[in-house]
Write a protein that binds this ligand. Structure first.
Ligand code: 13P
Length: 254
């Protein structure tokens, strides 16, 4: 945690979730009670097909809704794509950009990610910008250099703690059950904080730095209490309300 930063836990459903999982969203809304919502911002990012119904279910509750990706343009001839404006029109408030699965599956570059983050701002969304090194880069001791370059090139000028959240997701920790040691996470997050402060000054001090990669109820208490870890981006464990809520509950007592 970082003093004076309200943590945020976001669930990324990835390409999972149909109407029969809406009961999980309803349970999440219910679990995001007033006391817990004071302690953290709870966000769920279902697939685009469920966004509008998700915001309706979350209305007037402590649950917030985000999307998983957006196109850089507001509209136009881009078959199959979804713009940040469309996401905002669904009353969502956040949008993940630059997830490693998009960088890999769709060859997204840092400059694509930067344009998408700007699109989020244009539409009034908070961008959750993901960065992360591969296992080979980690093993070669290149994590900091890779992350610094991604941060520089993916985060646009004008980023503030209001319009941007950074999610550090080591690619090798996603969906594998493996996580870096708490000491490693602390060191990387301290490094990222320094980079943000150097570039953005005050807003860099206040910007939320999430950790993502195999976060689950059994390791949440340890991971979320690490210095400069201001929440989590949760994949698999966010599909069940019980698991996502149990991760969020870590903050109730602090
Ligand atoms: P898992 O929590 O399933 O490892 O996924 C992490 C992730 O990619 C969230 O964006």
């Amino acid at each position: 945690m970082t003093p004076d930063i309200k943590p945020l836990v976001a669930g990324n459903w990835k390409m999972n979730g149909q109407r029969d999982q809406l009961d999980q969203l309803a349970l999440m809304s219910k679990g995001a009670d007033a006391e817990l919502s004071q302690k953290l911002d709870m966000v769920v990012c279902p697939p685009a097909t469920l966004l509008y119904v998700a915001t309706a279910l979350a209305e007037d509750t402590g649950l917030h809704v985000g999307a998983q990706d957006c196109h850089a343009n507001a509209s136009g001839a881009h078959t199959g794509d979804v713009s940040a404006e469309m996401i905002a029109d669904c009353l969502a408030e956040y949008c993940i950009v630059g997830h490693s699965e998009r960088r890999t599956d769709h060859n997204e570059s840092d400059s694509d990610v930067r344009s998408k983050a700007q699109a989020c701002w244009r539409a009034g969304l908070t961008a959750i910008i993901c960065i992360g090194e591969t296992e080979a880069q980690y093993d070669a001791g290149q994590a900091e250099a890779v992350l610094s370059a991604q941060l520089q090139a993916s985060v646009p000028e004008g980023a503030t703690d209001q319009n941007t959240i950074i999610a550090y997701e080591p690619v090798w920790a996603i969906g594998t059950g493996k996580t870096p040691s708490p000491e490693d996470i602390e060191a990387i997050h301290a490094f990222l904080r320094n980079e943000l402060v150097e570039r953005l000054q005050g807003p860099g001090e206040r910007m939320r730095l999430l950790y993502g990669g195999s976060v689950k109820p059994s390791n949440a208490a340890e991971l979320l209490m690490i210095n400069n870890v201001d929440g989590a981006l949760v994949g698999g464990a966010s599909l069940k309300a019980e698991d996502l809520l149990s991760i969020c509950e870590v903050y109730r007592k602090v």
